[in-house]
Structures are given as C-alpha cells and as structure tokens.
Design a protein around this ligand. Structure first.
Ligand code: BES
Ligand code: ZN
Ligand code: ZN
Length: 473
C-alpha cells in the first residue's frame, strides 16, 4: 500500500527522521554526541547504508553511494530508498519525515525507491502483511507537490502491474483481465473497449483464435485509450501487450514443471501496457496513447491447435504452426496488424516472448529491436534514467530465413539459435510503421527480492514506457 505523502515546513519533534545525504561533512550534526558521531561515520563511510539510532526519536541516515555516472547515481538513490524501507519495516516505524542534504535530484529517486519497496501481494494469505508504511512527511522546499503526486501515481501504476502478474489463472482469465482493465480505466480516466469472442471471430483474428482453441475460456481483445485535449502528438502512440494469462505451451507442452510453474507471468507485457496507460491518465500526460491487448490462455485440449496447422491471420498472412508454445507472436501479430488502422506515430509492443531473452539479458534488461533508430535511441536513454534498461539487438534480414514455410507464408518457430531476434522478425512482418519490439521475458518475474523489486511480478517496463511517453516530444 502506498503511504500518505505530504510536505511539511517544520520538523515534528516526536517523529522518526530520515536524513538523506551524500557527504557527511555537509550535515550539521552538533546535536549528536561524540560516540554517536563516530558510530555514524564508521557505518556510512564506505557504502550506502541506513543507520538507525537514538530511541525513541529514531534518527535514520541514508547515504547515497557515489557513482561515476549520473544515472547510476540516481539508481543509488532509489536503492538507498529501498534500504530505508527495510529498516523502517524492521523497526516497525510507520511514520517518517525526510530531510534531504544531498543533491535536489536525488530526493525524487529516493522517494520512488522507498515507495516501490512497500509492495506486497497478500490477497490470498490468511495472515496479511503486518507492516505498512503509513505516512511520509517531506521537509524540502525544492520538490513540488506535483512531482510528489507524479511519483506516487507512477508507483501505484507499478503496483497494479505487479498485482496483475501475481494474480493466478484461477482468478485472472482473459475475461477477468478485461474487467480489471475497465476498473483501472474508470479510476484513472482512460477509456476501454473490449471485443468478445464473437467480435474477434467476425474480425478474423486468426492468431488469437488459434491460440485460444484449446481453452474453455473465451479470448478478449482490449483497446485502451487516453486522448487528452491538449495532446502534443497528432498521431497516437500505440502500445501492444502480450496477454497470455497462462502459457502451458499448448500441445507442444512445456518440457518441465519448472518451465511452466510461473507462466501466469505471460501477460506481463499486457500488465505493463495497462499500467502505463493508467499512469499517463492519472498524471494527465499530454500524449495521445492507445493500448492494444489480445488476451487468452494457451492450453492443450481436444480442440487445441496442433503443430502443422495452417492458420490465417487478421491481415490475411498464412502461418504454419510448428510449435504451439510459440503462441505469443501469433496473438501479437494480429494486434500489430490491427494497429495500422490508427496511422500511428509509433507502435511499441512489449511481451514475455522468448526464453532466450533471458539468456541474452540475465535478469538485467529488456531486449529491444525495431525499425526506428531515433526512437530506439530515446527508449535506451529512458532505460538508463529509469534503470529499466535496454539491450538492443539488430533485426538483420538473415534472421528471417528460418521462419519461411514450405506450405504457408511464414512458420511460427525458426531456429533455436537467435530465437529472440527470430521472433522479432516474425512480428516485423505485420508492421508498416515506426515500431519497437520489447522482449521482457528476462525481467517480468523474479524469484528473489532485488532492492525495490519484490518476488513475483516486477512491473518492469512501466516506468520505462511512462517516461518514454512523457519525454516523447
Ligand atoms: N512465454 C514463453 C516465453 C517465456 C519464457 C516467458 C520464460 C517468460 C519466461 C513463450 O511463449 C515461449 O514459450 N517461447 C518459446 C518459443 C520457442 C518454442 C520457439 C521459448 O522461448 O522457448
Ligand atoms: Zn509459449
Ligand atoms: Zn508465452
């Protein structure tokens, strides 16, 4: 839960106080006695640390680690915020006032790290998470209340995308996903249109329908739109998210339980798209943005699509299905073709598309590719700023060889080697506009806590895409 955050003009006497600093010399610490001062110096000399002492008025000191590059320095501030949260939780401190003695630009990142750390998913637990941070009081005249609200709304958006990923299929079917999107639209102000199975059939979205064939639950196709009057872009930015609410692999069943047990995360791209449009609406971004989310589960069953099937996609392209576990590209392809009708300025798709993105990125980045140098450069910069980083791989023509088919226009598999790029080449076939493909399979779901990122759904990509939209002009 996100705490209340307000600015204060006077420090409260009886409240825990966290001091953010990069250089101990800059602090006036005359109120500390010699042994306290020595303790503080020893604790914080070398690394980022939170130091707690002086009960009952607890003092916390958060040091920002020194880094060579500015974006690393900002990330160090987020991490310091996350360390502070860990200490507050351990000490059960529910109200904290913050003072900033470091650079003004470190405070927003520190606050972001603090907020992102407060997430927990306890909906299905009988014993609920017992610690929530209630209130943060900020004693600083440089940060504006607008900036505080923006950080808060964005953290809330990240929470929503984590929630959606953490929800299991027993709750989050494609139909339920659409309901959740509608709820978030009502709350933040974006509009939602949901196509049901009949409409999807009428539109002949062959990729989405093929993947859905083995399911007892119908698919949905969701259109989210944030179109403010003061939008600075004439043509919309379209975000496309892979919404496979569970991926068993279908008849090409996943080979091990371990490769399947976290596959509720296969709609993480869709969760990020939802959360990004939500954040844009909540923060009133002057950008016209549309989200497209094809949603279904992927299951084996009596009527499931089989390897060898030839399917006809929304745009008329025929595809020979060689592996039913390469389903993401099939549902994304229909959405990418559908996006053409908006004459978009740019389309970005985000998806947990290939296991080999994890081989490339090792849990540290989204793998990106596309046909627009200028926008890829921009998204890389936003990747550093938000520390939701990007590794770019090229879309060389040679990578398209293995997705040719002897009996159809394309096949959905290609070689194992180079798979992340090959999947990108498959998607490229369905685009005729500025386009970026983001494969987030390496970063959407974590098995261990990492600073301000919890176990489970990470929301990785939400802050990236929000900042990208914000800086688009
Ligand atoms: N959903 C998976 C990809 C994935 C793997 C996401 C690990 C998150 C973590 C995708 O649908 C898939 O199964 N891809 C296959 C493609 C292969 C059959 C060409 C893969 O990467 O193994
Ligand atoms: Zn799959
Ligand atoms: Zn998948």
């Amino acid at each position: 839960m996100i705490p209340q955050i307000s600015k204060i003009t006077e420090l409260l006497e009886n409240s825990s106080t966290a001091t953010l600093f990069d250089d101990l010399e800059k602090l006036s610490l005359s109120f500390l006695n010699d042994s306290e001062l020595e303790y503080l110096e020893n604790k914080t000399r070398k690394e980022t640390d939170c130091t707690v002492f002086k009960y009952p008025n607890i003092l916390l000191f958060s040091k920002i680690k020194e880094e060579k590059e500015q974006y690393l320095q900002i990330e160090a501030a987020r991490k310091a915020g996350s360390k502070l949260f860990d200490v507050l939780k351990a000490e059960k401190i529910k109200i904290v006032q913050l003072i900033n003695y470091s650079q003004p630009e470190y405070l927003p990142a520190f606050l972001e790290g603090l907020l992102l750390s407060g997430y927990s998913f306890d909906k299905y637990k009988k014993e609920k998470e017992e610690f929530y941070l209630d209130e943060v009081l900020i004693f600083d005249n440089k940060i504006t209340t607008e900036k505080i609200d923006e950080i808060k709304n964005l953290a809330e958006a990240v929470y929503h995308s984590r929630d959606l990923v953490n929800e299991p299929l027993s709750f989050l079917t494609a139909t339920q996903f659409s309901k959740e999107i509608e709820k978030l639209g009502k709350e933040s102000g974006f509009s939602v249109e949901v196509f049901n199975k009949k409409k999807i059939e009428a539109l002949k979205m062959g990729g989405l329908l093929a993947v859905n064939k083995g399911s007892i639950d119908p698919p949905t196709f969701n259109i989210l739109e944030w179109k403010p009057k003061n939008a600075t872009n004439k043509k919309p930015v379209v975000l496309v998210g892979k919404g496979v609410v569970f991926d068993t692999g279908g008849l090409s069943l996943k080979p091990t339980p371990k490769s399947m047990d976290f596959m509720k995360c296969d709609m993480a791209g869709a969760a990020v798209v939802t959360a990004t449009v939500y954040a844009a609406a909540k923060n009133n971004l002057p950008v016209h943005v549309i989200g497209l989310i094809p949603a279904t589960d992927n299951r084996p069953d009596g009527n499931a699509y089989v390897p060898g099937d030839v399917i006809t996609m929304f745009d008329g392209t025929t595809v020979e299905v060689k592996n039913t576990d390469a389903e993401g590209r099939l549902i994304l392809a229909d959405a990418l073709s559908y996006a053409k009708k908006y004459s978009p300025e740019l389309v970005i798709d985000i998806a947990t598309l290939t296991g080999s993105a994890d081989i490339i990125a090792g849990g540290q980045a989204i793998v990106a590719m596309g046909n627009t140098k200028e926008y890829i450069q921009k998204i890389k910069e936003n990747g550093e700023d938000t520390f939701e980083r990007i590794i770019e791989v090229p879309l060389w023509e040679e990578y398209a060889k293995s997705i040719k088919s002897t009996i159809a226009d394309l096949n959905n598999l290609g070689t194992r080697e180079g798979q992340t790029t090959i999947a990108g080449k498959f998607l490229e076939h369905f685009t005729d506009y500025n386009w970026i493909h983001l494969d987030a399979a390496s970063v959407s779901f974590r098995f261990e806590k990492d600073n301000y990122t919890p176990v489970g759904g990470t929301g990785y990509g939400t802050r990236l895409l929000y900042n990208f939209l914000k800086n688009i002009n």
